[in-house]
Design a protein around this ligand. Structure first.
Ligand SMILES: Cc1cc2nc3c(=O)[nH]c(=O)nc-3n(C[C@H](O)[C@H](O)[C@H](O)COP(=O)(O)O)c2cc1C
Length: 336
């Protein structure tokens, strides 16, 4: 079915196709049922029970409008966001580009979103329905780097009551200066501040929320290790490896590879796997890791688990292979 529909979907501009898909799922979530053969392979991690190991990666549903749809598609969990304190339009269009030959995407959306507070209200309404929802937070484009910590603190406090887990995003390439937060001193400052906020909220609300750090595939090994050490020192529970890359590996079409932005899909896979393996070696076996980046087949999913991932996420694979991929992957890495 998806194979038959794909040429028509791909005739649309990439952002238009994305908008239509997410809004269709939001307005008719029950219709997603036809595509799904949901896999029940419960995994308990960070005190949370995931229905299976395959989750939706951040960015597909930034505002959390289609939570029921993702659940019906068979995802074990969904990460929404990135959301910022204030709503913002993102970068000028066009800003999403498909490279069909390599099944990759380059995007420079720039955190277009409706603001964290609206997102929180939506998630609060969905909470009873049983899908695990992580919320990924970032900073506004027009917030100065000196004020970045305040944006993260605002987002953290807003999502804390409703998010099953919280992801700190310091790795998107499309907000100028954001990735500078991965440098030692800046990361130490940010995560130290958030650790204080977290302790206060955990006390006040009598609930502990797992916190994950999402990192870039463009860090060198020393950078990965130091980010991991700083994060663990501040009580971060686990890592998401990785965000999109600013590199342009061979194999991309000349037309698309010249576009500015973050690259996702199979050409990202090797870098994402390297970061994941480096984190696993650095953190030992007990720290939860989510593998993401170019996972598009059962073999790729199994390889990512062998690299050390506890859970997987996907975005670009869904665009090229359709919703049936979710359960194919979940079945491939099922323990039961
Ligand atoms: C169009 C698009 C938008 C994205 N937006 C976000 C975002 O807002 N926050 C984030 O942390 N990651 C974002 N990502 C990165 C994905 O969550 C994921 O880390 C990356 O695409 C690699 O996975 P994939 O190869 O399965 O797509 C985005 C990716 C794409 C393609």
């Amino acid at each position: 079915m998806f194979r038959a529909a794909r040429p028509f979907i791909f005739r649309l501009d990439a952002e238009r196709a994305h908008w239509l898909t997410v809004h269709a799922l939001a307005n008719a979530p029950w219709a997603a049922g036809w595509a799904a053969d949901p896999v029940d392979d419960p995994v308990t991690l960070m005190g949370l029970r995931f229905r299976n190991r395959v989750g939706l990666a951040a960015g597909m549903d930034k505002d959390g409008i289609a939570l029921e749809g993702w659940q019906r598609l068979g995802f074990g969990f969904a990460e929404i966001g990135t959301v910022t304190p204030r709503a913002q339009p993102g970068n000028p269009k066009p800003r999403i580009f498909r490279d069909v030959g390599s099944e990759a995407i380059i995007n420079r959306l720039g955190f277009n979103n409706g603001g964290v507070d609206a997102c929180v209200q939506r998630v609060a309404r969905h909470r009873a329905k049983g899908m695990l929802v992580g919320i990924n937070i970032g900073r506004n484009k027009d917030t100065s780097p000196e004020q970045a910590v305040d944006d993260y603190r605002y987002g953290f406090e807003a999502v804390y009551p409703v998010a099953d887990y919280i992801t700190i995003n310091i790795s998107s390439p499309n907000t100028p200066g954001l990735r500078d937060l991965q440098a030692e001193a800046a990361l130490d400052g940010l995560l130290g501040a958030l650790a204080d906020t977290r302790a206060r909220l955990a006390d006040a609300k009598s609930v502990h929320r797992p916190v994950l750090l999402k990192i870039a595939p463009d860090l060198d090994d020393a950078g990965i290790r130091s980010a991991a050490a700083i994060a663990l020192k501040h009580g971060i529970d686990g890592f998401i490896a990785t965000n999109t890359t600013i590199a342009r590996p061979p194999g991309l079409s000349a037309k698309v590879s010249g576009e500015a932005g973050g690259l996702s899909g199979p050409p990202l896979a090797e870098k994402a796997r390297h970061v994941l393996r480096t984190l696993r070696a650095e953190c030992g076996t007990s720290v939860p890791l989510i593998g993401v980046g170019g996972i598009d087949s059962p073999e790729a999913a199994k390889a990512r688990i062998a690299d050390g991932a506890d859970l997987l996420q996907l975005y670009t694979g869904l665009v090229y292979h359709g919703p049936g991929l979710v359960s194919r992957l979940a079945r491939a890495v099922s323990t039961s």
